[in-house]
Design a protein around this ligand. Structure first.
Ligand SMILES: Cc1cc2nc3c(=O)[nH]c(=O)nc-3n(C[C@H](O)[C@H](O)[C@H](O)COP(=O)(O)OP(=O)(O)OC[C@H]3O[C@@H](n4cnc5c(N)ncnc54)[C@H](O)[C@@H]3O)c2cc1C
Length: 473
């Protein structure tokens, strides 16, 4: 049966980009409909950030107990219970999102949406075919994973990240293909659980888009923990092995190399998911690599149609989706020009963690800044000592003449929490002196950020660190 209705705002996709848009718009009194073809919470909640971090956290506990010097006896891991905890967390969080959407008066429709015209979409599900007219439409359809030619997860020996989040058992040997954020995270997770892990990356280093000194340090940490890391190595083909598992052909700098493992995890690459939207009906390109919005804005060239989150292209991060959702609602309400902040922290979850925001030293110099670099190492931090996690450092890049913070790059324990301090400082144009004037609790990991600010003026307390000054006079 086909029915038709209208609303102020139609949001397509119920991930962080979509539900943030819907909640904020409905709170401002817009009659909002959100359509989701699968589960509320999108990739982030159902098969990304949340389940991956739940398993990673539990795996770190397993590794800590196994490596603990003052406890004895064999402890048995119940992988099933670990996976159950993750699944329960996802389900309760999903219910939580449904609750908030309901409280705000967002109408949630199950189904898949595609355009019929500029302000008109069809929503199809098993029972209904609904046509919706909307004054504004926000596309938050996320991204899909693409794999190299001839490579496809099969759910048995060749895993996708979805499979790796629901393992029936811990493989004895696992090759993780791709050393980006997800590859490093899964390599850490499975190493913590006791698998022999090989991490391969086709580029010259792991985390190719991350601050190179920190990426090198993380590589050393992974290697020290027993992960084998192969760079300039690509997976060419996968075939079943006679003895079970898979036979991999790797393309290395020295030529082809064979490897046999129990499981291989393909992390793939992410591309905006737009193919099903029939964007041609409103004159937009469906090609994943074409920008849908212009000038860092969230509105597309079609007035009243917005794109947020992974559907808008890289970086593929949930907090970028949320920031864009906020920018889109503000634009719809006439409160901004539809541009989003470009200051998006990047976090890599593992052990240690890595987090970065703003300019690297190199980027700051290329932008013509004369810079000061303040550094502080976790080995001089009391809280890191109490946690037994003294590996890592904080690098604070500031503009030398003004003292304004330009970028902060961290590797160490829980730096994915600390990086928000740096984002707050940069976003609000704070200078190093403002950080120095702030009282940080002791003992706390956040003191490393404070000490990096002190180090910028050669004043660090718990370690002698000389600041470096570079760039044009
Ligand atoms: C393993 C993994 C780990 C990750 N870890 C992190 C992390 O730690 N931190 C981080 O910031 N990011 C992480 N990400 C990325 C993060 O999940 C995404 O950036 C985030 O989910 C993007 O939000 P979104 O709302 O744009 O899209 P999504 O969350 O993908 O939501 C899009 C939704 O739209 C729905 N949809 C698509 N097309 C239609 C249609 N035509 N009609 C109706 N519904 C439709 C989909 O079903 C989906 O639910 C991870 C991703 C993966 C895969």
């Amino acid at each position: 049966m086909t029915t038709a209705k209208s609303c102020d705002l139609l949001v397509v996709g119920g991930g962080p980009g979509g539900y943030t848009t819907a909640i904020l718009a409905a709170r401002k009194g817009l009659h909002t409909v959100m359509v989701e073809q699968e589960h509320l919470g999108g990739t982030c909640l159902n098969r990304g950030c949340v389940p991956a971090k739940a398993l990673l956290e539990d795996s770190a506990l397993v590794a800590s107990v196994r490596n603990c010097s003052f406890m004895r006896g064999d402890l048995t891991l119940s992988l099933g219970r670990m996976v159950d905890r993750k699944t329960r967390l996802v389900e309760t969080s999903r219910a939580g999102i449904a609750g908030v959407l309901g409280e705000c008066g967002v109408e949630v429709v199950a189904g898949r949406a595609h355009f019929l015209g500029p302000r008109r979409m069809s929503i199809q599900n098993a029972e209904n075919d609904l046509t919706l007219e909307a004054s504004h439409i926000v596309l938050a359809t996320g991204a899909q994973t693409e794999y190299g030619p001839g490579l496809r997860p099969d759910g048995r020996c060749v895993w996708s990240t979805d499979d790796a989040l629901n393992p029936p058992s811990v493989p004895r040997t696992l090759t993780v293909v791709g050393a980006g954020n997800r590859g490093v995270e899964f390599a850490t997770l499975y190493r913590n659980l006791g698998a022999e892990v090989i991490l391969i990356e086709q580029q010259g280093r792991i985390l190719p888009r991350v601050h190179s000194e920190l990426a090198d340090r993380l590589r050393k940490s992974l290697t020290d923990r027993g992960v084998k890391v192969y760079v300039r190595t690509a997976l060419a083909s996968v075939a079943p092995a006679d003895t079970g598992g898979v036979r991999l052909t790797l393309q290395t700098a020295k030529g082809p190399q064979e490897l046999q493992v129990d499981r291989v995890l393909l992390t793939g690459s992410r591309r905006p998911a737009r193919a099903d939207l029939n964007l041609q009906a409103i004159g937009l390109s469906a090609a994943a690599d074409d920008p849908l919005s212009l000038d860092d804005g969230v509105e597309t060239p079609v007035k009243g149609v917005y794109v947020v989150g992974d559907a808008s292209g890289p970086p593929y991060l949930a907090h970028k989706a949320i920031a864009q959702a906020m920018a889109a609602v503000d634009h719809i309400l006439g409160r901004n020009d539809g541009r989003q902040s470009l200051l998006i922290p990047n976090c890599i979850y593992g052990d240690p963690e890595l987090a970065s925001v703003g300019l690297t030293e190199e980027q700051a110099l290329n932008a013509g800044h004369r810079i000061k670099i303040g550094e502080f190492h976790f080995v001089g931090n009391g809280r890191a000592g109490t946690l037994g996690k003294e590996e890592g450092l904080v690098i604070l890049v500031s503009d030398a003449p003004s003292g304004r913070v330009l970028g902060v790059h961290m590797i160490g324990p829980r730096v994915t929490e600390l990086i928000a301090l740096a984002a707050l400082a940069i976003q609000n144009g704070l200078d190093v002196t403002a950080i120095k004037k702030t009282v940080f609790p002791h003992p706390a990991l956040s003191e490393t950020f404070f000490e990096a600010a002190l180090a910028t003026h050669n004043e660090s307390i718990h370690m002698r660190m000389e600041a470096e000054e570079l760039g044009p006079e």
